[in-house]
Design a protein around this ligand. Structure first.
Ligand code: 2IT
Length: 445
């Protein structure tokens, strides 16, 4: 394999798909050496078979708003790779959604899911529908129309969607209701379900909790822990909430949260009632964090700014892809940040990651750090097929064990001669080997 040739060809086939090309480049650069040292991969042309999705389903989603206007959005499901299990990955509802973004997310999901140790392939889907400012009934009608098309292509042994940005428990409920009505059965076809009807305990917290368990493992390699550390967070959704909850519990001080409108700085630290309030903010469907500063005295709202200008020991991007760039990385470096762990998928630009690497700032990629979300979805699938329910302690223990295991895999494949760990390389190689070897076992299909 030659990375530049491969990327040039891919760019010709998919011009302008920036996020997808970025995600593929990162992986192929990481695995180049392992790939070329093992000629069986090249013989079976594993790489070209891996970087194209198995299939992409696109459809239109007509729905009616509360004033009676008929609207049309685009719907997608990218079924990327099912070598180690059914396609698995979230649905994102956000106006920025396009094929490039869903292909990048689906591609990342293959390696992330392989790292969890559970039998799940990679997929992703969503729509350019904007939930911001929509009523409950509008969201319900949209979800019903979306599922009216998607249900033909999914199933508990085929493809198991879940939530992502803009898709939480409420949307999963509306989607599941429609699936159940169309299919006439009650199976674990979606994860992130309500805990009364098949959802796993700890799933809402899992992405954030898992990320903090991973950060604990990273700190432990330096004989450090979270106690007394300052943490800057972006985002204020489900993921940021879970991470803040666990980090605060372990003695860290969370000094920021953010939204598209700016960030909140809280010198006292965001804990207790303030963390609970994140759920209320999110439920308001407004996608802004400014109200936080009206509710809690002593907090400051910085309009239009990103939280990376605040000094902190640990920075956790928890919002969306490429939310932390080279300029932010330099600011963090000048402020002596110790560690950056991506909780959002591909939260940092490649230029930012290069700055962290060149300056010995510990950095770990989303596909390792945030894998606790999909891992707990996998645990939900297990409980559904066993017709059983584990208590929250059991789920949390399994999640913790999985995150420690992912960290070990990163060390195994990412440890450099000087003792530093390249978590990007470690995660990509570990995930790749599992999937590539499974593909070899099954022949050319
Ligand atoms: O990016 C992700 O891993 C998710 N949005 C969760 C996917 C899942 O299937 O739980």
């Amino acid at each position: 394999m030659n990375v530049d040739n491969l990327m040039n060809n891919l760019e010709k086939k998919h011009p302008g798909e920036a996020e997808y090309l970025q995600a593929v480049r990162e992986v192929v650069e990481s695995i180049e050496e392992v790939y070329n040292d093992n000629p069986q991969f090249e013989t079976a042309n594993i790489i070209e078979r891996l970087i194209e999705p198995d299939r992409i389903i696109t459809f239109k989603v007509p729905w009616t708003d509360d004033e009676g206007n008929v609207k049309v959005n685009l719907g997608y499901r990218v079924q990327f790779n099912n070598s180690i299990g059914p396609y698995k990955g979230g649905l994102r509802f956000h106006p920025s959604v396009n094929l490039s973004i869903l292909k990048f997310l689906g591609f990342e999901q293959i390696f992330k899911n392989a790292l969890t140790t559970l039998p799940m392939g990679g997929g992703k889907g969503g729509s350019d529908f904007d939930p911001k400012g929509k009523s409950n009934s509008e969201i319900m009608r949209f979800c019903q129309s979306f599922m009216l098309e998607l249900w033909k292509y999914i199933g508990p042994e085929i493809d198991v969607p879940a939530g992502d940005i803009g898709v939480g428990g409420r949307e999963i409920g509306f989607l599941y209701g429609m699936y159940k009505r169309l299919k006439g059965d009650h199976t674990g076809v979606l994860t992130g379900k309500g805990s009364n009807w098949g959802g796993s305990l700890i799933r809402p917290e899992a992405t954030g909790f898992g990320a903090i368990y991973f950060v604990q493992e990273m700190l432990a390699t330096k004989k450090e822990d979270l106690k007394g550390k300052t943490v800057s967070l972006s985002g204020f959704g489900n993921v940021a909430w879970g991470a803040a909850l666990k980090a605060a519990e372990l003695g860290a001080k969370i000094v920021t949260i953010s939204g598209p409108d700016g960030y909140i700085y809280d010198p006292e630290g965001i804990s207790g009632k303030k963390i609970d309030y994140l759920l209320e903010l999110r439920a308001s469907n407004q996608d802004i964090v400014k109200p936080f500063s009206y509710v809690f005295e002593g907090t400051q709202f910085h309009e239009g700014k990103r939280p990376w200008e605040v000094r902190a020991d640990i920075a956790l991007p928890c919002a969306t892809q490429n939310e932390l760039n080279d300029e932010d990385a330099l600011t963090l470096m000048n402020n002596k940040v110790m560690m950056v762990a991506e909780v959002s998928n591909m939260g940092c630009t490649p230029e930012a990651v290069e700055i962290f690497n060149n300056n010995d700032i510990m950095f770990a990629p989303g596909k390792a750090v945030n894998a606790g979300g999909v891992a707990t979805s996998g645990l939900e699938m297990t409980q559904n097929s066993m017709k059983m329910r584990w208590n929250s302690g059991e789920v949390d223990d399994r999640l913790h064990e999985i995150m420690c295991n992912i960290h070990e895999q990163c060390i195994k494949y990412g440890k450099k001669d000087n003792g530093h760990v390249d978590y990007v390389k470690g995660a990509n190689i570990a995930g790749f080997l599992k999937v590539a070897n499974s593909m070899l076992d099954m022949g050319i299909i």
